[in-house]
Write a protein that binds this ligand. Structure first.
Ligand code: GCU
Length: 681
């Protein structure tokens, strides 16, 4: 039995402590599952499996309400036939669930129900998570923050994965859907356990054959695997598909033949996959074709596709990641960060109701620190989803431990103050701030066939955390971390506190030894996005510039003298960023160009801060392995050894980062480290 296996956080480790076990003594030994759909079956099977594994108690399935204590699973309507009390409960809607203890004729029934079966499944996972974290079972009722809670996988049909760091695709191989899809079902189970309800299975840089009828028939097999877990499959599609798949003369979205083609194709998709989620579209970006070819707008393109999906209940997630990667780097007004807002804000209100604009949290591209995209505040009549990156493309590629939930929390909690009122990003994407019909969360995950899905044993905390935040963005980062640790590593207090402590500060440490002050990761931008490659950002069309010379560094994005990007924010926030006096240090070089000896709010010069933070970050990482060694014998050998090796590697690579960046700043600025460390190896 591989300790570091496919089960991720769903380990269901047996509870050995008799005192803890005793709190579950009175639980029923019967389960009545009223639904017959695959989701309802998955819910009852999961409850049986979890209780047996954790509590050693074997639930017996019964066909009718027993005259003894029982678990009862069903939709609210189904359950209410048998247990009148449940009819009196507040009506649930969408994916919400409730767990209630009902007394009837002297028997105790633990009822787990949803408005639909999906809620019932979420209720079961909730109860099992209580057991796994050794908490008592209690009445509960929860509803998700938003309807779209999707993961995106950037998998290619040949089995490779764009920005995937844990082996080959669980979906595809050699141009086809894999014969063995057992990992897909296991993935669906993990997603469902944290309330995720959609999975886009192919790369946003979509294979042009995706909508070919033969491929669709293959893809339907993936949807079959995800269905029992309430996870709707969706696809990334290329807007040139009508031309590629059926050789139409054009893919102009307003051409009647193209409109008809999308309708015919959507009908076919739903014939094969009745619960299909929708299409994700990347267009006019990084070499993908798009409506600009015909002088059409993103709204015109998105709407044609959306109208085709609408009768079937599907949605379009049109990506806000539209920018020109051939910028003129000599032009001091050119600014990639402006692109999202510039391309979309004038289209606000012009989208069909089943279109959602999927926006990366920052205006550039998943750097270690970015401000929030101003587009979130600019779209007030359009549904929006936030795109977060679980796969650690720019944050250590799952060779470095970087717990990203604190970063996402900071993003979701950022109050953009649109209309001079409170509009935190989480409320915008929930659809609450501007009363939009839809909204949600898209996480780029890119799990692979590696036994533990993501390579680093700590990295799954990011997938777990993404799901938890998509369900409830008000949870704290510490709450999420602590429950993931308990489920994944057990409840030993020393284990829990050590792992929580290690992970908690890991994003900050990574930022310190890679790219502080809002500069981005200073990573190799052109190539693999791994390791230091400072100059690679400069003097090319990709626009992730540092604008560094021997006098200063940073991009002037002010309205007064710079690219004007700051003016895309609502006035209160724009004012904070525009002024050097109020701009937070952590975003200084994102917003301003300053000399190396500019003094930060923390009293240090820019260059000294860069030196100090790199030494500090690398020193923190050097403590990971010795702290981890305190856990030897308390966790299984396999994960212990694997994690230890990764921590040792990370400590070394953090030194590489530290020295490369510090040395570069020394040469560029000519200003020595006051503590004499840099340049003296
Ligand atoms: C990044 C990433 C690409 C990806 C793109 C996107 O630029 O490096 O691999 O295709 O984002 O999100 O579309």
């Amino acid at each position: 039995y591989a300790e570091d296996g496919h089960e991720g956080w769903l380990r269901y480790a047996h509870i050995d402590d008799p005192v803890v076990l005793r709190q579950y003594d009175g639980l029923p030994h019967r389960v009545l599952s009223l639904g017959t759909t695959p989701v309802a079956q998955a819910a009852s099977t999961e409850l049986v499996r979890g209780m047996e594994s954790m509590l050693g108690s074997r639930l017996v399935a019964v066909q009718t309400l027993p005259q003894e204590d029982a678990f009862v699973l069903g939709t609210q309507t189904e359950v209410c036939h048998f247990l009148r009390n449940v009819c009196r409960q507040k009506a649930l809607s969408g994916d919400a669930f409730a767990v209630v203890r009902v007394m009837q004729k002297g028997h105790v029934y633990w009822v787990i129900f949803g408005d639909e079966e999906r809620g019932e499944l979420y209720g079961v996972f909730h109860v099992l998570e209580q057991f796994a974290s050794q908490k008592p079972i209690a009445d509960a009722s929860e509803a998700p923050a938003a309807s779209v809670r999707w993961v995106n996988q950037w998998d290619n049909f040949d089995g490779s994965i764009e920005r995937g760091y844990a082996g080959r695709s669980i979906f595809f191989d050699g141009g086809h859907v894999r014969a063995d899809l057992s990992r897909v079902s296991e993935y669906g189970r993990l997603l469902a356990s944290v309330g995720l309800n959609g999975c886009t299975v192919n790369n946003v840089n979509s294979d042009l054959r995706t909508l070919d009828p033969a491929m669709l028939r293959e893809l339907a097999r993936i949807a079959d695997q995800l269905r029992p877990w309430g996870v709707r499959m969706s696809l990334s599609v290329d807007l040139s598909s009508p031309q590629i798949v059926d050789h139409l003369a054009t893919f102009d979205p307003l051409d009647p033949a193209v409109v008809a083609w999308w309708q015919k194709t959507a009908d076919e998709v739903y014939r094969l996959i009745p619960d299909f989620g929708g299409f994700v579209i990347k267009a006019d970006s990084e070499g993908r074709l798009g409506p600009s070819k015909y002088g059409r707008t993103p709204a015109e393109a998105a709407n044609v596709v959306a109208r085709a999906l609408r009768p079937h209940g599907g949605v379009v997630l049109y990506r806000g990641f539209v920018y020109n990667n051939h910028l003129d780097w000599h032009d001091l007004k050119a600014d990639r960060a402006r692109a999202g807002y510039d391309n979309f804000h004038a289209l606000d209100g012009r989208f069909e109701p089943n279109v959602i604009i999927q926006i990366k949290h920052g205006p550039i591209d998943f750097q270690v620190r970015e401000p929030l995209s101003p587009l979130f505040a600019a779209l007030q009549h359009t549904s929006q989803a936030i795109e977060l990156q679980v796969t650690q493309e720019y944050t250590g590629q799952q060779r470095h431990m970087v717990f990203l939930v604190p970063m996402w929390k900071a993003a979701l909690d950022t109050d953009l103050r649109a209309q001079n009122r409170s509009t935190p990003v989480k409320e915008i994407v929930e659809g609450r701030s501007f009363h939009q019909p839809l909204g949600g969360f898209a996480g780029v995950v890119n799990v692979g066939l590696d036994t533990n899905w993501m390579h680093h044993p700590m990295a799954m905390s990011n997938l777990y955390g993404f799901g938890k935040l998509a369900w409830n963005p008000d949870l704290t980062s510490d709450e999420i971390l602590d429950s993931w640790t308990r489920l994944t590593w057990g409840n030993n207090p020393k284990v829990v506190s050590t792992i929580d402590d290690l992970q908690r500060g890991s994003w900050h440490a990574y930022e310190e030894y890679s790219g502080p002050l809002g500069l981005g990761t200073l990573t190799n931008i052109i190539g693999i996005h791994y390791g230091p490659g400072i100059e690679s950002a400069e003097r090319n069309g990709w626009g992730q510039w540092l604008r560094a010379d021997n006098k200063g560094i940073g991009i002037d994005r002010t309205v007064a003298t710079g690219t004007g990007y700051i003016g895309q924010y609502p006035p209160e926030l724009a004012k904070v960023y525009e002024s050097l006096t109020t701009c937070p240090d952590e975003l200084l070089l994102f917003m301003h160009h300053v000399p190396y000896n500019y003094v930060l709010h923390n009293g240090k010069t820019v260059v000294q801060h860069v030196y100090d933070s790199h030494y500090k970050g690398a020193a923190t990482v050097a403590t990971y392995a010795p702290r981890w060694e305190q856990l030897q014998g308390l966790i299984d050998e396999e994960r212990y050894e694997k994690t230890l090796k990764l921590f040792m590697y990370q400590a070394g690579h953090a030194i590489v980062w530290r020295d490369a960046v510090s040395e570069w700043f020394l040469r560029m600025s000519g200003i020595a480290d006051t503590r004499g460390r840099v340049g003296h190896y």
